[in-house]
Write a protein that binds this ligand. Structure first.
Ligand SMILES: *Cc1c(COP(=O)(O)O)cnc(C)c1O
Length: 430
């Protein structure tokens, strides 16, 4: 058998691409056809009346989602980015208020805060779960801290018990971005997202379930539900109060989901359980296959959590292997392993935060009179997240492919092959 690495001219382990993930089937086709035949592709009206809450498909989807996630209110929106913006508005953020979140997320978590002129403050992450570290959150709380936005990164819940304790003690709100963990559970089987004051999920093409673009907000709070529904649909046109607290942040957005998207999302929601079970099966096989590899740590599931594996997130002590992460990834890619990711994110270090340029060029809101202290962003702010990103994190984007047992076996074989040839990899490094 020729064990030469594909990177060095040998035959690749995976020679046929692993099937792409696709959950759109006859069920979605049938429900979309029905909507098309009805001629009503969106029934929203931005004025007072029943149609303010959307059409029949949107409402049916919301009812179904509320039941499935075990929450009082589910509110459909046209993207989870819209959902995050609505959530920040709904809690009544004031300009200059600080909101603590994680640098390991997609930018929308942090920019949603800026949309209402709040100031994002980044807390470091846990080195094993990659979720926001409650101890770091505690250290960052100041007189103007108004909320925490936890992110259930890669498919498992952040430590909501610890975060809730902190939020209660300091009288601040707790939100959650559960874009990557729909259907995961925590704390006695409760759905991720529902333990926050407001949480929610993304329905974009790259997530577990999708309708092209979409999102769903969840909350058990009646007042927040009403404010979210208002912000979704041009609140200022219909809101009937003079109370400044209720009028605040009721700006003219259109975050409405269409009937076609809602019809697709309803079918997708029914498939979530099977989708998760498939990923968990593949991960069991990945874990068993990769556990023995030197320096490599397979994903940790925190006690009390179930994990739905948006990304299969590992760490590796590459220094102990004597080769760089870049070199190992090159070798794995050459063997045909799909979806490999080296670091993840360090949102606090992207140019807009480093330079504090959001609205205009003058540093608003950070340098405005609304800000109560000087919040800056620089390397060293989140050392755990930075080390993971720069050196030790290795992930597989397992949401991209439909992994059967034979596919996982090949990926595992490719890892073993690369690990058996570390010497050759080192000797040939540029
Ligand atoms: C995908 C994602 C979002 C944004 O969701 P969209 O529906 O694409 O707007 C926000 N946060 C996280 C963590 C995500 O993964």
């Amino acid at each position: 058998m020729n064990n030469t690495l594909a990177l060095l001219g040998g035959p690749a382990v995976i020679r046929k691409p692993i099937k792409s993930f696709n959950t759109i089937g006859d069920e979605e086709l049938a429900s979309v056809t029905e909507v098309m035949r009805s001629g009503v592709l969106s029934a929203y009206i931005g004025a007072r009346g029943e149609a303010f809450m959307g059409g029949p498909r949107v409402r049916a989807f919301e009812k179904q989602a509320a039941e499935q996630f075990g929450v009082k209110h589910a509110i459909a929106v046209n993207s989870w980015t819209s959902g995050l913006i609505a959530a920040i508005g709904a809690i009544g953020l004031e300009p200059g208020d600080e909101v603590i979140t994680t640098p390991w997320t997609m930018v929308a978590t942090a920019t949603a805060i800026l949309h209402f002129n709040g100031i994002p403050v980044f807390a470091d992450v846990d080195p094993e779960t990659f979720n926001i570290d409650p101890a770091c959150v505690e250290n960052l709380i100041g007189p103007r801290t108004r909320a925490i936005v936890a992110v259930d990164i890669f498919g498992q819940s952040a430590d909501m018990a610890a975060l809730r304790e902190i939020s209660t003690r300091h009288g601040i709100k707790l939100l959650s971005d559960t874009a990557q963990a729909p259907g995961a559970t925590t704390q006695d089987g409760k759905s991720t997202g529902t333990l926050a004051d407001i949480g929610g999920f993304s329905l974009n093409y790259h997530k577990h379930i999708h309708c092209g673009e979409g999102g769903i907000l969840v909350t058990n709070d009646d007042r927040y539900a009403r404010r979210l529904q208002l912000i979704r649909n041009h609140a200022e046109a219909v809101i009937d109060t003079n109370d400044p607290e209720e009028l605040s942040n009721m700006l003219g957005y259109n975050f409405r989901m269409g009937e076609i998207e809602a019809a697709i999302a309803s079918e997708q929601l029914k498939k979530l359980g099977a989708n998760i079970a498939g990923r968990q099966r593949a991960v069991k096989q990945f874990n068993a296959g990769l556990a023995s590899l030197k320096g490599l740590k397979t994903p940790k599931v925190a006690p009390g959590n179930t994990h739905v594996y948006y990304i299969y997130g590992m760490t590796c002590d590459f220094a102990s292997l004597g080769v760089t992460r870049t070199r190992v990834i090159e070798a794995l890619r050459a063997e045909g392993v799909p979806g490999l990711i080296s670091g993840y994110q360090n949102i606090h270090l992207i140019p807009m935060f480093r330079n504090r340029i959001a609205y205009g060029t003058q540093g608003f809101p950070w340098t405005s009179p609304y800000a109560s202290r000087d919040i800056t962003y620089a390397p060293g702010l989140c050392p755990v997240a930075e080390k993971l990103h720069n050196e030790t994190f290795l992930g597989i984007n397992i949401c991209l492919n439909d992994y059967g047992p034979a596919d996982v076996a090949l990926v595992v074989e490719a890892f073993h092959k690369v690990w058996s040839q570390l010497g050759a990899l080192q000797a040939t490094a540029a």
